[in-house]
Design a protein. Sequence first.
Length: 426
Amino acid sequence: MCKKIFKRIILIMSLKMCSISKKTKKRIQKTLLAFVLALAMIFPTSALPEKAEASVQSELTDKQNELKQLEAKLSSTRKEKAELLKKLKETEGKLNSLLGEKTALEASIGYSEAEIELIGQLVEGYGEHLLELEATLKKAEGLKEEKIRQLCTVLKYIYENKSVSSLELFFSSDSFSEYVSKKEHAKSILSYQEAIISEIEKTESETEKAYEDYEKAVLSLDEYKKYIEEKKLTVADEYKRLEDVILELQGNAELLEKDYDAINSIEKDYAKEIGQVKIDIEELSEYLSNQFRWPLYQNQSYYISSYFGTRKDPFGSSSKEHHNGVDIVVPKGTPILASSGGIVTRSEYASVFGNVVVISHGNGLQTLYCHCKERLVSVGDKVKQGDVIAKVGSTGRSTAPHLHFSFILNGSYVNPEKYVAKEYFR
């Protein structure tokens, strides 16, 4: 609308100046310039920036929401990553334990094979011993046959020579020495007979015992060999089961490692996105800082007594408190300007803030002006950037005349330095 008015005025004046003198033209041009400047003041061109500001503020809000979502996703991803890492370590621990069991079973199988081999050697040794016993037995049987023949010879001799008493033997002898000789010979024959019988019985007993020992040893070794072979089969079955479990765990570990690598990559992507969104937010905030002006006239001198953040209680307490805005010290009655265009949502007296004015700028962003001497706007008023909305005072909880200036985004106080040029805070 302003542009149309300016164009129409310039067109009319141009047509009229075609027929007037140069001196008059200069006077008219000066008048026209002054008039245009006056119109510019009457019809400010802030409508377009306000619209752009709302769009940027909306984008900033979207980016802030996106940041919250990304940070939530990153937090969830990190929890999932930690859980995966825990599972991976548990799996690796089980795997190492099973590999240890597998090694022990391999050793057990090796011992069983060694025992079976040793049993074979023992059986072979007993077989060789049996051959020796058989040779001894054969020899003993030959000796037995020889002794039996000798015994038969003795018995034949006794039979042929008849058995005589000692008295008969004495009277049949020509001399005493012959008697003694015959008697000793008879005793010798009897003793030899008894020795042969005893030796035969001993050889048979030893041979019989050797056979019994051999049979017991072979039986015992066979039973032990059977036990070892059964044990070996059991161990082999357990070994196979362990191998299957180990293969399964190794497969699980590989999958977990792949999942871990994938989620690690996702984490990096989220971190990268968050970094970019933070840069975008910073740039948008910096842009918006140029859309909100300082709430005082440019030529107004001031100093800042308290910044946004933690500060010492100004009312004498030694405790710390959070200051949700910036305190700008200026004389009482100094005009307070709207930092940006918007709608007045609050204009009242409060016990702490005193006379307070709140302006909503859309998209959840508000500015707060406290401790005013007087309020010059009402709830529902639409104000433009730079409009005088109140005057500085010391109402409410205040130590001296000053303006408490705050920004509220979605119900939370934020640092004014994010929206107003930082040069004003130095």
